[in-house]
Design a protein around this ligand. Structure first.
Ligand SMILES: Nc1ncnc2c1ncn2[C@@H]1O[C@H](COP(=O)(O)OP(=O)(O)OP(=O)(O)O)[C@@H](O)[C@H]1O
Length: 757
């Protein structure tokens, strides 16, 4: 018993009571198909081996059901409510998509009515494409007659408000944007294509295909058919499904732009791996990510997906928390870990003490993590010769200075009371785990030989405690920001073999780490085990368009030796064009943002907690909070290192770094002025150190890109002074003026004007 993708779309368009009634109906039908109280009535044959039925989950709503396998399989295809529900369901066209093999539903008369009512004499919008092309790309055949009547963008937009099959919708949007059919085939159609030849009359087969199925028919998931039901828990894109359930010879990797569901895939992957574990109580799967805040978020989403039963078999931890546990377990003296700010301050101290002021703390910190520790440089001689790809070039004399600084830094940490840093903890944890894995493998070999009856009297490995690899599978989210030490540690926590490591990440969003080539860390990802997602589920096309411009043209890696692009990256959601606001000074900017927030609450009823303000640094967060709270009486809460601990209905304020991995309905990207983004301090490197300059600029781009792509429905970009070079060249000229807003107290700030998007 299943609920189809489009039926779920129907439920989303109706109030919660309908979803509850259908959920209840599905349960009762699963329990007993012959229950007469369900009032199933035959409608017609769907084709050779499928029949359509109607049923009344309750007095208000009706469902259309597909029955196959002699009634053993039932699927809810569509849901309608109100007095015309029966007629509406009865007239639906139900067919098997010849490309994907999915069961799809179209209301031809509803679509027709939409289009005809707006018909005019202009050239049809899709005239350029013949029927064959459209069908080959996967457009559902029964929509073609209507599609041929569409002549204006308005008609098309209206058509899109119908619950169209996903493939059709995605293809048409791309064609409307004049994508080349060949590209559409490559990026969209091929991902949906069924593995075998589709027989458009075989309903039993079609109903069983993954594209027609909900991800699971778990009771827990069907029980969730209520208000707080998220599509990602049931319906994966075929490409997401392939990754989540694939069987890989070794490690596998999913990349893709923001919002393409990489985390969703990681969560489904975890469930898939747990489902296949032999019975037991161990936490055999590790799900890890960059920081605690994100780990908490993952844990919550994993619980939504599979409940406590799933969580019992999974460790969900940030990489640093994990590393700390490993080192603590070894009972070596560790020292108090410094947080990132304190670790950075120590570099400042060391610079001053050594008088080597030419090297700034940011550079030293990165050099220490991404060159010294990454390459395990224990002695000057190693550091002197180490390759440093992806880092600014420095001379041997400079290396020598840096080495002195590193020694001074370590010496400081060792002074009692001893301290350490998370980078050092990760490095130590990697070493411990590598040692542990070596022993584990030695023991395994010993056992094997013992079984073969060899003489083992002199073998040391057999003595002591028997070790097992820490985990059977490891799944990593936000992989782009992990350091080489993290990877070494993770690599050593799982035995090499099928489905050992699964990584999700996006180099365009790298804001902490430095490029790490996975194959150099013993993580081999080959051929089909590396895939890229391209459909954004979070952000509207308009927001995406602006965000993409931020990083266009810059080169990015694929977490390995190759390069990555955002080719084919798209969204099926449409919405408002991002708004651009400029102010003469910071206070006016802050007041304008407060006014815009207030207005969205009052006019659109947006919860404060669904709005977030990004600022460049902690000081600006405080300034903004003061203005919002004191002058405008708006509740605010700071987005801290560990996220927001309360559910309070308050506007989130945080630095762009804190936005990583999160999403909000409306995002206010503030202080995007020249000199602030990227920060003017990078100018010192423009001539003196072009490598460094390029890297700092790229990191700043990625940071704005991450923050901008957190927005679901609306993105508002503000600045004081001149617009950042990352914004369009005409931004200052075309942006709204904050002074106008404050003067008139009313819109133009609503949904009306678009700006330099
Ligand atoms: N198959 C799907 N159906 C419906 N919604 C989906 C699907 N996949 C993902 N989403 C939704 O898209 C949004 C983004 O998903 P997710 O957080 O997994 O993306 P991501 O690629 O990890 O993003 P980022 O890199 O920006 O952190 C979420 O709101 C999620 O619920």
């Amino acid at each position: 018993m299943q609920v189809g993708r489009q039926a779920h779309g129907d439920l989303e368009r109706r109030d919660g009571a309908v979803a509850d009634a259908v959920g209840d109906f599905v349960h009762r039908l699963r329990a007993d198909r012959t229950n007469r109280a369900l009032r199933l009535s035959p409608l017609r044959e769907a084709g050779d081996n499928g029949d359509l039925y109607l049923a009344h989950p309750d007095a208000r709503c009706m469902v259309l059901l597909l029955s196959t396998d002699g009634g053993d399989e039932m699927r809810v295809l569509a849901v309608r409510d109100g007095p015309r529900a029966r007629d509406e369901l009865a007239r639906l066209t139900v067919e098997i998509n010849p490309v994907s093999g999915a069961v799809e539903v179209v209301d031809q008369s509803e679509a027709d009515a939409t289009v005809v009512s707006l018909r005019d004499r202009a050239t049809p919008l899709f005239a350029r494409y013949d029927d064959r092309t459209l069908l080959d790309l996967g457009v559902v055949p029964s929509l073609l007659p209507t599609l041929r009547e569409v002549t204006s963008q308005e008609q098309f937009e209206k058509l899109l408000t119908h619950n169209l099959p996903e493939l059709t919708r995605d293809v048409l949007l791309a064609l409307r944007d004049r994508a080349d059919p060949e590209e559409v085939r490559r990026h969209i159609t091929d991902k949906w294509r069924a593995d075998e030849q589709v027989d458009p009359r075989d309903w039993a087969r079609a109903a069983r295909r993954a594209v027609s199925q909900a991800e699971t028919d778990d009771d827990a998931v069907l029980g969730a058919l209520g208000r707080s039901f998220d599509a990602w828990r049931l319906f994966l894109h075929p490409e997401q499904h392939r990754l989540a359930t694939g069987d890989f010879k070794g490690s596998a990797k999913v990349t893709g732009g923001p919002g393409t569901g990489k985390t969703v895939v990681a969560l489904h992957r975890v469930r898939h791996l747990v489902d296949r574990l032999p019975p037991g109580h161990s936490r055999a799967v590790l799900l890890t990510t960059y920081n605690t805040n994100l780990a908490r978020e993952l844990e919550q989403r994993l619980r939504q997906l599979g409940g406590d039963g799933l969580l019992r078999r999974v460790d969900v931890k940030s990489v640093d928390a994990l590393a700390l546990e490993i080192v603590q377990e070894s009972r070596r003296e560790l020292g108090r870990p410094l947080d990132d700010d304190a670790a950075m301050n120590l570099w400042h101290t060391v610079r001053v003490e050594t008088g080597l002021l030419a090297y700034d703390a940011d550079f030293l910190d990165a050099e220490f993590k991404h060159v010294v520790l990454a390459n395990r440089c224990g002695a000057w001689d190693t550091y002197r010769r180490v390759g440093r790809s992806g880092r600014p070039r420095i001379s041997t004399a400079q290396r020598h200075d840096v080495w002195q600084l590193v020694q001074a830094y370590k010496a400081h940490l060792d002074v009692a009371p001893r301290r350490t840093t998370y980078a050092l903890i990760a490095d130590r944890a990697a070493e411990l785990e590598q040692h542990r894995m070596a022993r584990t493998e030695e023991q395994a070999r010993y056992k094997e030989e013992e079984q073969q009856g060899r003489d083992l009297v002199h073998r040391e490995a057999g003595s002591g405690m028997w070790l097992r690899p820490r985990y059977q599978h490891i799944v990593v989210d936000e992989a782009q920001d992990l350091s080489a030490s993290h990877w070494r540690m993770l690599r050593a926590m799982v035995r090499r073999g099928p489905n050992d490591l699964f990584l999700a990440g996006d180099a365009h969003q790298r804001i902490y780490g430095s490029r790490v080539v996975l194959s150099h860390q013993g993580i081999e990802i080959r051929g089909r085990a590396s895939r890229r997602l391209t459909l954004n589920y979070r952000t509207t096309r308009q927001i995406l368009g602006s965000a993409n411009r931020l990083i266009r043209g810059a080169p990015f890696d694929d977490l390995d030796t190759g390069t990555d692009t955002l080719d084919g990256y798209r969204s099926v959601l449409t919405g408002l064009t991002p708004q651009f606001w400029r102010a003469p000074d910071r206070l006016t900017e802050m007041r304008a943002v407060a006014t815009l927030i207030k207005e969205r609450r009052e006019l659109h009823g947006t919860a404060y907690s669904a709005m977030a303000v990004s600022v460049p640094d902690a000081g600006a967060a405080q300034e903004f909070a003061n203005v919002l709270l004191r002058e405008f009486d708006l509740p605010v809460v700071e987005l801290g290192r560990d996220g927001v601990r309360s559910d309070a209905d308050a506007v989130r304020i945080g630095t762009m770094h804190r936005f990583k991995g999160l999403e909000f309905q409306r995002v206010f990207l503030t202080s995007v002025g020249e000199g602030q983004v990227p920060h003017q301090r990078i100018e010192q490197y423009r001539d003196a150190d072009p490598d460094r300059y390029r890297q700092e600029e790229q990191r700043a781009r990625s940071l704005v890109f991450v923050a901008a792509t957190r927005a679901r429905d609306e993105l508002v970009v503000t600045w004081s002074g001149r617009a950042s070079r990352f914004l369009p060249p005409d931004a200052d000229r075309t942006a709204h003026r904050a002074t106008d807003l404050l003067r008139q107290e009313g819109p133009p700030s609503g949904s009306s004007g678009s700006a330099a998007a």
